[in-house]
Design a protein around this ligand. Structure first.
Ligand code: COA
Length: 319
């Protein structure tokens, strides 16, 4: 069977950093509360005129640099995002054009914070069916554009950025995607979402969330799907070298690790300096851990995520 292996990673964070102290000048909050309840210390904010496709393109260029080949070797682009530049064309089509790629499919995937895991499953399917062989799988978000900056319950949590991986077809049976699991339960759509949309209000709307309920679902569902995906791959948690979870809240990651009986030192945690970048959070964390040498060839990596929908999922792969 053809394997789908990650051969390169890249990421991009906007230059502007918004610290908790700066945020507390505009909304009734403070650094201590944010750190204690979320672990977050700062978030990056896209510049005026800097859109999701621009960040996705920059992250992709860094992944291509690592891969050591030109963009024309890429034959598929998938972008997981809930904050596209425009309703159409897709961000993926814009990234494809910006990179000068003129062949292969381009598609956006909307599964909120689970988007990157869903996007990996689509890319894996393209590889299995021979539709593409070298795919840029990107998570990119401009969360600052849909956050209600007067709502202290949500605006403290989110940030902007992009992460990209190149998923390649390979016959190396020791590496690649070992198992994937995806779930959704639309009945929980009222817990997290936006209060607008093109079809209803002709605007994107602003983000709303029932924080405690989402937190509870996040811990329970991300832990259980990590376990079931590892089992599907014929592994147990002792075989997993790194958990690279969706970065929503440091306390949530600690509780997931505890529930899985995995040492906290096996979790890649970037939420303190990135905040929650939704679909971008896992590829951003992967790039950080890849570049600092934590992720080694052959390591087993589990990537659980949960987001609006509710959607959730996990990918277990051999690096
Ligand atoms: N600064 C200061 N105080 C705040 C605050 C803020 N930014 N936000 C809320 N508070 C206050 C509340 O008003 C409340 O005050 P009260 O006790 O006087 O009523 C108190 O802090 C506790 O609020 P609560 O909402 O119970 O806090 P919490 O411990 O549940 O933390 C979240 C709130 C949002 C950090 C937490 O629920 C969370 O992380 N949820 C999941 C979020 C998430 O991951 N979403 C995306 C998933 S993809």
């Amino acid at each position: 069977m053809t394997q789908s292996i990650i051969t390169a990673t890249g990421s991009y964070l906007p230059e502007k950093i918004l610290t908790n102290d700066e945020l507390s000048k505009t909304v009734d909050t403070n650094d201590t509360w944010i750190r204690e309840r979320t672990g977050i210390t700062q978030r990056h904010i896209a510049a005026e005129g800097e859109f999701t496709s621009h960040m996705a393109t920059k992250a992709s260029q860094r992944a291509l640099q690592m891969a050591g080949y030109d963009a024309d070797k890429i034959d598929g682009v998938i972008v997981a995002t809930s904050t596209p530049d425009s309703t159409m064309p897709s961000v993926a089509a814009k990234v494809q054009a910006a990179l000068g790629i003129t062949h292969g499919p381009a598609l956006d995937v909307a599964a909120a914070c689970t988007g990157f895991v869903y996007a990996l499953s689509v890319a894996h399917g393209w590889i299995q069916t021979g539709i593409a062989t070298r795919i840029l799988v990107i998570g990119a978000e401009s969360m600052s554009k849909i956050v209600d900056w007067s709502d202290r319950g949500t605006c403290i949590l989110f940030g902007d950025g992009a992460g990209a991986v190149i998923l390649e077809a390979s016959d190396d049976a020791t590496r690649g995607v070992r198992a994937l699991a995806l779930e959704a339960q639309g009945e929980f759509g009222t817990l997290l979402g936006t209060n607008g949309g093109i079809g209803s209000t002709q605007t994107a709307g602003h983000l709303f969330m029932e924080g405690q309920e989402v937190f509870r679902h996040g811990v329970e569902k991300m832990a259980s799907i990590t376990l079931s995906t590892a089992t599907k791959a014929g592994l147990n948690m002792a075989d997993v070298d790194w958990v690279v979870p969706h970065q929503a809240n440091a306390r949530m990651i600690t509780m997931i690790a505890r529930s899985l009986k995995v040492s906290a030192s096996k979790c890649v945690v970037t939420v303190p300096h990135h905040a929650n970048t939704s679909a971008a959070s896992i590829p951003l964390a992967l790039d950080e851990a890849n570049r600092d040498g934590r992720l080694k060839k052959g390591n087993i990596i589990a990537m659980p995520a949960l987001g609006a929908g509710l959607t959730w999922g996990c990918c277990v792969l051999s690096w």
